[in-house]
Write a protein that binds this ligand. Structure first.
Ligand code: NAD
Ligand code: DAU
Length: 352
């Protein structure tokens, strides 16, 4: 089978390839990525010289480049990860989110429609629980929950989901969609909550918690998400949507305290020295209060369940960042420092 993976130099795409390239030597994996700020080719070390893996620098928003890649490789399966993925960046500059997450998805759907052999092929769209908007104190998102996105990021992902369903209903394109909760693990760009806090704590910089830290997310270890995607590809129904979550809900402030606890244990410093760095800063506009996922459908139909607990996954993640300082340095040399200044510079200290 020929598998095009978009965004395979980013966090989840790279972890997906790290798991599957060695497992399925009989399949050919083609990684299409534009090598944006969140990508790192070092995330592919160990598989990048495998005979069943090839990388091509392709911007999915350029339809000729996408068409050429599909014409050359004639994929049987597309796993579409490529996206602008950071909510805060979408608030500061939404244009790139519309371009990649909507136009890029459109280009891929059109290419799949053109180049999938008639009646075959599968387009797997990797999406987010943020399309459903925010929950109150109780309840969880099911596949039937109403779309109600809050940020430019989630609105662009929602638009992508709608395009995928429309191409299925109108043109009969075989598609599947997964909507997943917050991922964490190795190789995540340190703009996202967990790696940002780990690195700031290691460097004794302030740990910026938005608002009062009461916003709640459902956390899933990245390998569990990748296995969920593969389980849906293998066992899920064509045309169907599957919600994926870790059934581990926690308030942001409690996640940050857990990071301080585990990091103190791993490095031998005092936990108090790290928790003293916690700083409440100005909130994210349109900040969703709570996400929680009902993953009954994927569990029942695809036999999937997460393997890691949050505690075991967090330990693995922190260990990885401690052991891979050169990966961090590589990724930080680009846009990173400028982003930290732009995002946190004006928020101020809202210590109560
Ligand atoms: P990421 O930002 O770490 O990686 C995205 C990758 O896409 C990067 O390698 C980037 O270079 C590439 N990319 C961006 N624009 C591109 C373009 N125009 N053409 C080609 N490549 C491009 O993101 P991630 O966290 O790995 O997320 C991957 C996917 O999973 C996204 O679709 C995201 O919406 C979805 N998702 C993420 C999470 C999460 O918690 N991170 C949860 C649920 C769903
Ligand atoms: O729910 C799935 C989504 O999870 C994915 O679709 C997105 O691609 C991914 O980025 C993630 O979105 P979030 O906005 O939930 O993740 P982030 O790590 O940016 O923030 C997690 C929570 O922590 C959120 O409530 C905002 C808060 N936060 C974040 C940062 C970066 C802080 O309090 N301080 C911070 O510095």
């Amino acid at each position: 089978m020929k598998i095009i993976v978009t965004g395979g130099a980013g966090f989840i795409g790279a972890n997906f390839l790290q798991l599957l390239v060695p497992r399925f030597r009989q399949h050919q994996f083609i990684n299409l990525d534009s090598l944006g700020y969140a990508s790192n080719l070092a995330s592919l070390e160990g598989i990048d010289d495998s005979p069943n893996y090839v990388f091509e620098k392709v911007d999915i928003a350029e339809h000729e480049a996408v068409d050429e890649a599909f014409a050359r490789h004639r994929p049987d399966l597309v796993v579409h990860f490529a996206a602008e993925s950071h909510v805060d960046r979408s608030i500061v500059g939404p244009r790139e989110f519309i371009r990649t997450n909507i136009e890029g998805t459109f280009n891929l759907l059109e290419a799949a429609r053109k180049y999938f052999a008639s009646g075959s092929g599968l387009f797997h769209h990797v999406s987010t629980d943020e399309v459903y908007g925010s929950l109150g104190e109780v309840g969880s998102f099911t596949e039937e929950s109403r779309y109600d996105p809050s940020s430019p990021y989630s609105a662009s992902k929602a638009a992508g989901d709608h395009l995928v369903r429309a191409w299925s209903r109108t043109y009969g394109l075989p598609v599947k969609i997964t909507n997943c909760s917050n991922n964490y693990g190795p190789r995540q760009f340190p703009e996202k909550l967990i790696p940002l806090m780990v690195l700031h704590a290691l460097e004794r910089k302030p740990l910026p918690v938005y608002g009062q830290g009461r916003n709640t997310r459902d956390w899933l270890y990245v390998d569990d998400h990748c296995e969920a995607i593969w389980a849906v590809i293998e066992k899920g129904r064509v045309g169907e949507t599957y919600n994926v979550g870790g059934s581990f809900e926690a308030r942001n402030i409690d996640i940050v305290r857990s990071i301080c606890r585990v990091l103190a244990e791993c490095t031998g410093c005092s936990e108090g020295e790290l928790t003293d760095l916690i700083t409440f800063v100005g909130d994210r506009p349109g900040h969703d209060l709570r996400y929680a996922i009902d993953s009954t459908r994927i569990r029942r139909e695809c036999g999937w369940a997460p393997r890691e607990t949050f505690e075991s996954g967090l330990r693995k993640t922190i260990r990885w960042y401690l052991d891979n300082r050169s990966w961090v340095e590589q990724i930080r040399t680009r846009d990173y420092t400028g982003w930290i200044e732009r995002n946190y510079g004006g928020r101020g200290d809202h210590r109560e």
